[in-house]
Each structure stands twice: as structure tokens, then as C-alpha cells.
Design a protein around this ligand. Structure first.
Ligand code: BT5
Length: 325
């Protein structure tokens, strides 16, 4: 209902809408309308109320509010429920707790900041204001060995959302880092709850540096990280990015479960900045050097070394300066 009040105010951006009109259009009392206006103001919307004229929307907060994400979102599953927090430890963690209690597929958790954002293998993810820190709950009907493919699919959706909203096409470093000019723009952390034969759920967490000035990165990130703001010189509508990403992710996700992942893999290869490159694959206790030649139908990386073609399901890849095709 609050979202409907907001939608009417947005449809009448430069004019007043009377309390009477709102209450008759929404079929609720004027007191109820007044309460919804109060709730919208608490969310950060600036709404003027003028005696005898009614209400007028003056400003929308720069926040990833459910009311903003929902407006015009044309998905059927993803983002039907959006939980927005100003600050959390980790959106993946919040969603994992909900998933264990039976939360339905598609729920999204968004935070303005994370205090303990997580990367893969226990690494941390810096998550200041201005980024998009998003987790989405999926319950795919896929065998556990295919889960990696959903992560690749999410990377493709994130590249294409960025292309649509911002006009730049990041490259993908295997398995799922988005890079611009060799620096990391976004990362994906997929956490899985599965049994031998069946996936219970999958938490797909993505972090993308959107409106973060280059000068705000500290430590090693000064050299290794970038943002959409740093790459384009202007700020990006974060709500538009989230909506576009969810729309593309849902379309690809539904299609892949019906028809398989070959189309996604083809596009992943097109965006890849790994295939054809000389790489070091760091496996923790040792490193394998060679040329990345392809990914297989499970999303594993194939690396040609001096002696063989080796297959890697996990690991950290660093690209070497020389392209070796
Ligand atoms: C990732 O891990 O790239 C996965 C990042 C996933 C973050 C999202 S945000 C929403 C959701 N909730 C969470 O708690 N996590 C997910 P990995 O490949 O392990 O990369 C981690 C490494 O990237 C760190 O060790 C740093 O070197 C670097 N890094 C950390 N923060 C970064 C940032 N904001 N931008 C670019 N690089 C960063």
C-alpha cells in the first residue's frame, strides 16, 4: 500500500495529489494515507504537504529501498521480496539464516554498507557506502555439480546489466570477477547448502563498486580495485543497476534450467579475460602455470601446461601480462 501511494505521487511529480483523491483511489481512509506518507518520510522521501492542496513528492533518497526496486520491476521470482538494511555484517549471512528457516526462492537482501563483507576462502570484502551489496536466494533444481554454472551465469548477468545501464562492458576473470582496465570492479560469492543429489539452496552474493570514488580505496585496493564512478567519471543509478541485474539474472536462470547452460557459457567465453591468457592458478599449496584454453561444460577452467591440459574446478587465477594465443 505504501508503494502504491508512492507510485501515485511519482505519477504526479510536479503537482499536488489531495489526501481525498489518494484515499478514494486506494480505497482507504485519509488517516491511513497520512500514516503511509509518514512511513515514506521515515524512509527518506521528502514529501511536502500543503493545506487544501495535498501531497507532493520533492525528493527520493539515494538508497536501495524496496519501494524503489519494486517500481516497474518485471520479474516473477527474483526481488518479489526485498529486505533493505542500512548496515549489516554480511548480506549473505542475513539471507543464509532466513534460507535455513525456509525463506522462498527469490528473496533479495541489500545493504548500504557491510561491516564484515565476505569474499571467497575466508577473505574479506570491503563494502563502504556507494556500492551495491546484494544477496539473492535461489533454489535451483540442479544437481550440486552444476552449481558453479549458476555463478558463471550471474557473472554474465552482471556484465550485461553494467553494459545496459552504464555502457561499459567489464571482462570476466575466471570464475567470477568483473574487471575493468585490469582492476576488480565486482566479485561474486556463492554459498551452497546441498545434499549428495540435491541443492537445498544457493545464496548468490554480489558486490559491485558503483559510486565509490577511486580515492576512497585503501591499502592494496588502491592498486587493484576500481568502481563504475572511477571508470566513467560519473555516478550511476544504483537502483537501475539492481533492477536490470535481477531481470537479466532471472531470465537466464529460468532459461538455463530448462534448456541448459550452453548459451550462458558461450557468452561467458565472449566476456572472458582469462581464456587465451597466460595464467598462474594458485591452489594454496602450489601454483600451476600455463595458458587458459577454455572452460568445460561444468564451468571448470582448462589450462594447457608444458605437459598436459589440466582441469580446475576451483582456485585463484592471476593473469600474466602477455597474451599467449
Ligand atoms: C569475491 O571474493 O570477489 C566475492 C565478493 C562477494 C561480495 C558480496 S557483497 C554481497 C555479499 N555479501 C557478502 O558478505 N559477500 C557478498 P574473492 O574472489 O575472494 O575476492 C576477495 C578479494 O578481493 C580480497 O581479498 C581483496 O583483495 C579484494 N577486494 C576486497 N574488497 C574489494 C572491493 N570492494 N573491490 C575490489 N576488490 C576487493
Amino acid at each position: 500500500m505504501k508503494e502504491t501511494v508512492l507510485a501515485v505521487l511519482k505519477d504526479n511529480l510536479f503537482s499536488y495529489v489531495s489526501g481525498e483523491e489518494l484515499s478514494s483511489r486506494l480505497n482507504v481512509s485519509r488517516t491511513a494515507i497520512w500514516k503511509h506518507i509518514g512511513a515514506l518520510r521515515e524512509d527518506g522521501y521528502e514529501i511536502e504537504s500543503a493545506p487544501r492542496l495535498g501531497y507532493r513528492l520533492l525528493a527520493v533518497p539515494d538508497l536501495l529501498l524496496p519501494s524503489e526496486i519494486h517500481a516497474g520491476l518485471e520479474t516473477n521470482i527474483l526481488g518479489k521480496k526485498v529486505i533493505h538494511q542500512h548496515e549489516v555484517e554480511s548480506t549473505n549471512r542475513v539471507l543464509r539464516e532466513l534460507a535455513d528457516k525456509g525463506e522462498p526462492e527469490g528473496t533479495v537482501v541489500l545493504a548500504e554498507q557491510q561491516t564484515a563483507g565476505r569474499g571467497r576462502l575466508g577473505r574479506s570484502w570491503s563494502s563502504p557506502q556507494g556500492g551495491v551489496w546484494l544477496s539473492v536466494l535461489l533454489r535451483p533444481s540442479l544437481p550440486p555439480f552444476k552449481v558453479q554454472l549458476v555463478t558463471l551465469l550471474a557473472a554474465v548477468a552482471a556484465v550485461e546489466a553494467t553494459e545496459t545501464v552504464v555502457g561499459i562492458t567489464p571482462g570476466i576473470k575466471w570464475p567470477n570477477d568483473l574487471l575493468v582496465d585490469g582492476k576488480k570492479l565486482a566479485g561474486i560469492l556463492t554459498e551452497v547448502s546441498a545434499e549428495m543429489e540435491r541443492v537445498n539452496y544457493l545464496i548468490l552474493g554480489i558486490g559491485i563498486n558503483v559510486n565509490i570514488p577511486a580515492g576512497n580505496f585503501t591499502g592494496e585496493l588502491t592498486e587493484t580495485a576500481t568502481s563504475l564512478q572511477a571508470a566513467t567519471g560519473s555516478s550511476t543509478d544504483r537502483v537501475a543497476w539492481v533492477k536490470t541485474f535481477l531481470t537479466k539474472l532471472e531470465r537466464e536462470y529460468i532459461r538455463a534450467q530448462k534448456q541448459g547452460f550452453s548459451d550462458v557459457l558461450e557468452r561467458w567465453r565472449r566476456y572472458s579475460v582469462t581464456i587465451g591468457y597466460a595464467v598462474d592458478v594458485n591452489l594454496g599449496n602450489h601454483t600451476v602455470s600455463g595458458t587458459a584454453v577454455d572452460i568445460d561444460e561444468q564451468g571448470a577452467l582448462l589450462v594447457k601446461t608444458d605437459t598436459a591440459v589440466e582441469t580446475f574446478l576451483a582456485g585463484d587465477v592471476s593473469l600474466k601480462p602477455d597474451k599467449d594465443q
